[in-house]
Structure formats: structure tokens, C-alpha cells
Design a protein around this ligand. Sequence first.
Ligand code: ZN
Length: 107
Amino acid sequence: MSEMNEFLDIKKQLEEKLRALTTRAHEIDDDLSEPADDDWSENATESEDDEVLEKVGSMALDDIQKIKSALAKIEAGTYGICDRCHKKIPVKRLEALPYATTCIKCL
Ligand SMILES: [Zn+2]
């Protein structure tokens, strides 16, 4: 069994998550680029919302980066190897956290 087949399910999972996050990030982008309202009290509420949206947005972008690098590793055949000790990360851990880059010992 090749590495790619071994991680086929995880790859699918990552790709689905990436799609969902990308869609969400775009929706957040749209929300943020909407012109501000003229009413100042309305503005105050909106900028608070924007702060939350920006937080969610940067979290999504962070996750997108992690997922992309995990997918790149699957393609390169280096997925599931701990960044620190270079041992195999247990599949159970990868299933729980598909973009883990270290084993539990190296957390
Ligand atoms: Zn390790």
C-alpha cells in the first residue's frame, strides 16, 4: 500500500475542510468589505462585529495554511512524520488532528 493510499481518507477529510474554510473565509471577506453605514451607533456595532469576523478570518486562514501544508506533505510522501523526532505520527493522532506536524511526545 502506498503512502498516498494510506492517507486517502485523511486527504479527503482535509480537502473537504479546506473547501469549507475557503468558502467561509470568502464570506467573511465579503462581510468586511461591505461599506459602513452612515449611522454612527450602527457603525459602533458593526466594527465590533468586524473585529470578531477578523478573528474568525485569521483563524480560518491559519487553518487553511495548515491544511494546505498537510496536503502538500501527503503529495510529497512526507505526511505523518513528526517534525521534531522524524518518527511516524500514530494514525489515530492524525485522524483526530489531520494537520498535526508532531507526535504527542514532541508537543
Ligand atoms: Zn516526535
